[in-house]
Design a protein around this ligand. Structure first.
Ligand code: NAD
Length: 369
């Protein structure tokens, strides 16, 4: 199977879909890899490493796509590029299908099949292909670093000749994939960490990372959805959650919010009034900013300062750590490709438990080499 990697075109995208290590494994498995020159440049994987891994490196994008069976990407490839792909080809990446109805129709009418990486089901079988989880892990780690860099205090306790510095207090709201990694990272930096989540199942995980779990009384089994995700809360429970968070905020230095409910706007958990109760110099990092924000003041990729509190809404934190974010994305893709390609051809049964839900556009016969 001929598998292609193009240079990402989105201005802020620094990641690459396949890193040389994965390319080498795919080549060893018998695939032909074609990589556009410079594809790995912004994540510090030079062309020479791709060539050494067995890929053909070409400058011209059209040449990369000639005869391709599968195009893999991080972001949704530009629409014009669909015309350059051979009918029957497969496109796999973070395609944002919810905001791309016309794009998907155009792709299907070109005879292309599109698999959206954000729709990998959160099941045990598909865990190794789950890019949302791998990238959320990177984001949870990066959120602590970004927040710490803005803070007017250090995170660890220090005992020095100049006296003892008390540790900073970090509060993580939402203890899913990103939240748990944020807890672990803040603990490694020596902060006192507390966390809150509406799902009772995560309490033990939070505690096992050395953080305290805030207000267990506000937690309810009714908030537990399927696949490790949360359900939307009823009005009364939402009020209890806001009260629980509000009571805890005034004593915090760094707050990292990661609460999400799949397919819904981010739950609003920190109001402007609550921000006003926080200590001067404290920082909020809102990871859910793209889906509307957990904090009322967060704005995509902006630092909003309100009453001496800084609210950050970074949009692509994995892109700030491109080498490892790409490595993890690439391994997820490799696992998917190994699952998908049977006897040299992609096998795309509509009822497949993994690729079925990921298929957002479909037409033409399965792509072959
Ligand atoms: P996840 O589903 O694993 O975790 C979300 C957690 O929020 C769950 O544990 C859930 O129970 C909890 N939650 C839901 N409603 C809540 C509420 N009302 N109060 C408290 N907790 C609540 O999701 P994830 O993969 O960890 O991603 C978290 C967020 O980070 C998402 O919004 C995702 O889009 C975002 N994200 C941002 C970046 C970035 O660079 N900005 C990168 C990756 C992920």
């Amino acid at each position: 199977m001929r598998i292609a990697v193009l240079r990402e075109t989105a201005p802020a995208e620094t990641r690459v879909a396949l890193v040389p290590l994965t390319v080498q494994r795919l080549v060893k498995a018998g695939h032909e890899l074609v990589v556009q020159s410079g594809a790995g440049e912004r994540s510090f994987f030079p062309d020479a490493d791709y060539a050494a891994a067995g890929a053909t490196v070409l400058v011209d994008g059209a040449a990369v796509l000639a005869g391709v069976g599968i195009l893999v990407s991080v972001q949704r490839p530009p629409r014009g590029l669909l015309q350059e792909l051979p009918a029957g080809a497969l496109v796999i990446g973070l395609l944002q299908p919810a905001s791309a109805a016309d794009y998907l129709t155009a792709a299907a009418s070109r005879g292309l099949t599109l698999l959206a990486m954000e729709l990998v089901p959160r099941t045990t079988r598909a865990q190794s292909m789950d890019v949302l989880s791998s990238q959320a892990t990177v984001a949870g780690y990066a959120a602590v670093l970004v927040g710490a860099a803005r803070l007017s205090r250090m995170l660890p306790m220090l005992t020095t000749a100049a006296g003892t510095i008390p540790p900073a207090k970090v509060f993580v709201v939402g203890a899913g994939v990103a939240g748990l990694q944020a807890i672990a990272s803040a603990r490694r930096l020596g902060a006192i960490v507390s966390a809150f989540d509406v799902r009772p199942a995560v309490r033990e995980e939070v505690q096992s990372l050395g953080a305290t779990f805030v207000e267990p009384a506000a937690v309810s089994a009714a908030a537990e959805g399927s696949g490790g995700y949360a359900r939307q809360l009823g009005e009364e429970q939402q009020r209890n959650v806001l009260l629980a968070i509000g009571k805890h905020l005034p004593d915090m230095d760094l707050v990292i919010t990661t609460a999400q409910i799949p397919g819904k706007p981010a739950p609003r958990l920190i109001t402007e009034e609550m921000v006003a109760t926080m200590k001067p110099g404290s920082v909020i990092v809102d990871l859910a900013v793209e889906s509307g924000g957990n904090c009322a003041l967060s704005r995509p990729d902006q630092a909003v300062v309100s009453k001496h509190v800084t609210v950050l809404g970074p949009v692509n934190l994995p892109g700030t750590i491109p080498q490892h974010a790409s490595l993890m994305y690439s391994r997820n893709l490799q696992n998917l490709l190994e699952y998908l390609i049977k006897d040299g051809r992609p096998s795309l049964a509509p009822d497949d438990p993994i690729t079925g839900p990921m298929t957002v556009a479909r037409d033409g016969p399965p792509a072959t080499n």
